[in-house]
Design a binder for this molecule. Structure first.
Ligand code: FES
Length: 69
């Protein structure tokens, strides 16, 4: 896990995004609401999408494919 800066406009790091995902953020909109990342120029939105996807892909799922949070 890195502490690289993802959103330069709003000074949001990858770690802050991961922290929001751990608290229950489900998608990029939740991350935008919680951290303001991606709410200015929008150039970081694809990176945020990627972090969200990778995080959820790494989470255990139950037998019906639901996230086991
Ligand atoms: S770099 Fe994230 S909104 Fe501009």
């Amino acid at each position: 896990m890195s502490n690289r800066l993802v959103c330069i406009c709003n000074m949001v790091s990858e770690q802050e995004i991961i922290n929001e995902l751990k608290k229950g953020a489900l998608d990029t909109s939740d991350i935008q609401y919680a951290t303001r990342a991606g709410t200015s120029c929008g150039k970081c939105l694809m990176t945020i999408d990627q972090i969200v996807e990778e995080y959820h892909a790494s989470q255990p799922q139950d037998s019906q494919g639901r996230l086991n949070l």
